[in-house]
Design a binder for this molecule. Structure first.
Ligand SMILES: [Ca+2]
Length: 212
């Protein structure tokens, strides 16, 4: 709701952003700062050459109807990667130049018989639009919530889940973030290793999504 109010208020001012408001490495597309370059593969600890990096160019993954190819098992069984795309508005990126945008501490999965979390970074595009970010390590999103995070700065990240069983309907995807963000909003997708992705929805700071 705060976001909606903000957008409304912003629109009423008639203020027009230009590309310089986004900071270094970002450009204005619509009302959103996006990276000027295609994300580079993450090569930190835990990187696996899964072929996932040969993905389509562009910010938004292909979306399909789930359950159409493997009708005999849970539609989420093949999903193992979570993508977080930082949609923080330019003015709100600027409000926290030392921790710009979405602060991602952990991606956790909670089910009746399951607790899991991200175990590796598949790809990352962490931005530092004002050259002042103190939270640039994508690896901070791996593991359980521990008050150590990466600030995406208007970028995005794909993390691979480590789970004792396949995902299924009813499992919760938790985006763990410190409670300090200012209108730091994002979209969350869940993807297969072949980069088939479904939008789970939009969140702000700490948020949970249930697999339908
Ligand atoms: Ca962390």
């Amino acid at each position: 709701m705060r976001w909606i109010v903000f957008v409304a208020a912003f629109s009423l001012t008639g203020c027009v952003l230009d590309g310089e408001d986004c900071g270094l490495g970002l450009e204005l597309v619509g009302n959103r700062c996006v990276p000027q370059k295609t994300p580079l593969p993450y090569r930190g600890d835990g990187h696996r050459d899964s072929g996932f990096l040969q993905r389509d160019v562009g910010d938004r993954p292909a979306v399909r109807d789930v359950g159409t190819t493997q009708p005999t098992e849970d539609p989420w069984a093949a999903y193992e990667i979570v993508r977080v795309i930082d949609l923080t508005a330019p003015a709100d990126l600027r409000a926290e130049p030392d921790a710009p945008g979405v602060d991602l501490d952990a991606v956790e999965i909670i089910g009746d018989d399951l607790f899991g979390f991200a175990v590796s970074v598949e790809s990352a595009d962490v931005q530092d639009p004002f050259g002042r970010s103190r939270f640039l390590d994508p690896g901070a999103a791996i593991g359980e919530e521990d008050s150590n995070w990466v600030s995406l700065g208007g970028g995005q990240i794909d993390v691979r889940l480590g789970l004792s069983r396949s995902l299924k309907s009813g499992d919760i995807v938790r985006i763990a973030a410190p409670p300090i963000g200012n209108f730091e909003v994002y979209d969350v997708y869940i993807c297969t290793a072949r980069n088939v992705c479904d939008l789970l929805g939009g969140g702000e700071n700490w948020w949970e999504f249930e697999l339908p």
